[in-house]
Design a protein around this ligand. Structure first.
Ligand SMILES: C[S@@+](CC[C@H](N)C(=O)[O-])C[C@H]1O[C@@H](n2cnc3c(N)ncnc32)[C@H](O)[C@@H]1O
Length: 238
């Protein structure tokens, strides 16, 4: 029964006969201010298959379209020289997406693996509490074991950043929820980004501390902060 339902959904998503109906649904959702993801071409539907798989395997805190932005930003910045880093890996869900997209690049993953540190005055205590999102480093290592060139750093960023202080970067994913760690990550990575490299952050729209960190940091920089359709923002290093 499940198999037949899956086949019907696949047919409904891909068939040309229903393309008018699909675009009407997209228009209605867009007008209602709901996030849209479109599945109707081969490259995108393949990415969404990966996202669905990761979500089945693990708790990942990105919406489908946010996960899609991460995947595509990694894929499209492969031509920029430099490594990839993620600060705020939690259980490794978003890191797995990066692994799937990055080819033979090197990925550096940072987390306390003990959850969020203390909040500052810029963070919303109703939204986040100290210790939220604690995860096991060993579990994340095991989850990502099939990927080459992945390095793990446990502890409070940026105190753990010393081993990569001489590296440069093509893509950095920040998912830290809080003001201080986001600001310190921007301080660390911005000068190490290669031209055309991307810093993408979760929660720019939804977490006041993250937004403030970006807005203050980029006040005197030439890069515009580009808001995305979910809660993310990104900058492209000029
Ligand atoms: C929302 S979770 C990340 C979710 C993950 N990216 C995903 O999509 O599944 C936020 C993570 O940031 C980590 N974190 C926050 N501040 C940190 C800091 N200063 N150093 C290292 N990790 C930090 C927390 O431990 C937590 O695992």
């Amino acid at each position: 029964m499940k198999k037949i339902a899956k086949k019907i959904i696949k047919w409904a998503v891909h068939t040309k006969m229903l393309s008018f109906l699909r675009s009407s649904v997209v228009t209605i959702l867009r007008d209602a201010n709901l996030a849209i993801v479109r599945y109707d071409d081969a490259e995108r539907s393949k990415v969404f298959d990966i996202i669905r798989k990761v979500k089945k395997e693990n708790e990942m805190l990105l919406s489908d379209n946010e996960a899609y932005q991460v995947f595509m930003a990694v894929k499209r910045t492969k031509k920029i020289n430099g490594d990839i880093a993620e600060v705020g890996s939690y259980r490794g869900g978003s890191a797995k997406l990066i692994c799937e997209a990055m080819g033979n690049k090197t990925l550096h993953l940072f987390d306390t693996f003990e959850g969020l540190p203390g909040l500052s005055q810029h963070d919303n205590p109703k939204q986040f509490q100290k210790g939220n999102y604690s995860a096991s480093l060993e579990d994340v290592k095991s989850y990502l074991r099939k990927y080459q060139n992945v390095h793990f750093y446990k502890g409070l960023f940026p105190t753990t950043a010393d081993p990569i202080k001489n590296n440069d970067f093509s893509f950095v994913h920040l998912d830290l929820d809080l003001h201080k760690a986001t600001l310190e990550s921007l301080d660390f990575f911005y000068p190490r980004m290669n031209k055309g490299g991307v810093i993408l952050s979760h929660d720019y729209i939804s977490a006041p501390g993250v937004r403030k960190a970006f807005d203050n940091f980029f006040k005197d920089k030439p890069e515009p902060i580009i808001e995305m359709s979910g809660t993310q923002c990104l900058i492209v290093k000029l």
